[in-house]
Design a protein. Structure first.
Lengths: 202, 92
């Protein structure tokens, strides 16, 4: 009887003190990406960025406590037209030399729903772009892939966390050519993030 | 000179239109790279990379047609004198 109690106590202690895992989003495979789309009446701008880093603290037993920061290197934003890319990176638009990072720092999660290994939630955090920081709420999907790291990176054991998010921002909120060129460059920017982070087993 | 400029204008139109058609008759801007999507089987993420490829857009087509129009316009400055003008010149 005492042994059973001890085992139960140990199991309880383990679950209570299970530390959240830290997932590193610097992807060795290079598939992590952020896609952006601006659909203006005269012109559509589509591109992506793959210079993504950051860490997210995630506990599969307590996804509500998820926090972390994702960083996109502004220099990695790419569009297929070289002149558009030059303008996009230039001082009149994103000014990547002055503002080299686009970041999102997650502070809290709400409306958390977990089904098997997938969790959906509304994450509130600070989005920083072009030197302006603004609190926004974004719907996200977190998929926890236990012991799947070795399937992706041989010789490494651990877990994967896939984050997907699609949301919209207004460029005028971030002082990017406020009220200018709206017929050619949409004032709203559609963003879609698909990233995977790894937590290496100790 | 007049004929050379007209010929160059024609060649420019043909080259511009042919290049635009051959590279896909894109109605967007000219591209020097194209997206290549690869699916990561473990995470299900569609990775995006860019492969260098030239796709002529409407700006390329417009530049070719504009250049041809300029050449054609310039050719009028090198017109041969008409018969009337030649007659006048010889009688004076």
């Amino acid at each position: 009887m005492k042994l059973t109690h001890l085992i139960l106590l140990a199991a309880l202690a383990t679950s209570v003190y299970a530390a959240p895992q830290s997932f590193d989003f610097k992807d060795p495979k290079g598939v992590n990406n952020a896609v952006f789309n601006l659909d203006a009446p005269l012109e559509s701008v589509n591109g992506s960025a793959n210079g993504i880093t950051g860490t997210v603290s995630f506990d599969p037993e307590n996804p509500e406590a998820t926090t972390g920061k994702i960083v996109v290197a502004a220099e990695s934003l790419t569009v297929p037209n070289p002149m558009q890319k030059e303008h996009l990176h230039g001082p009149n638009w994103l000014d990547v030399a002055k503002y080299p990072e686009i970041t999102f720092e997650a502070k809290s999660l709400a409306n958390v729903k977990t089904d098997a290994n997938a969790t959906t939630a509304d994450v509130t955090g600070t989005f920083s772009l072009h030197g302006v920081s603004k609190d926004i709420t974004v719907p996200i999907k977190l998929t926890y892939l236990k012991d799947k790291l070795s399937a992706r990176v041989p010789n490494l054991k651990g877990d994967l966390l896939v984050i997907r998010a699609s949301f919209m921002i207004n460029r005028e909120d971030f002082n990017i050519q406020k009220g200018q060129y709206e017929d050619k460059v949409s004032p709203t920017i559609n963003l879609s993030l698909s990233i995977a982070g790894a937590s290496v087993a100790q | 000179m007049n004929r050379i400029l007209k010929l160059l204008a024609l060649l420019l139109v043909l080259a511009g239109v042919t290049t635009w058609l051959v590279t896909g008759a894109s109605r967007g801007w000219t591209k020097t790279s194209v997206e290549v999507k690869t699916l990561d089987p473990v995470t299900g993420i569609e990775g995006i990379t860019y492969r260098p490829k030239f796709i002529a857009g409407v700006d390329f087509l417009g530049a070719a047609l504009g250049g041809a129009a300029l050449l054609l316009g310039a050719s009028f400055f090198f017109r041969k004198p008409t018969n009337n003008q030649t007659t006048k010149q010889t009688t004076t």
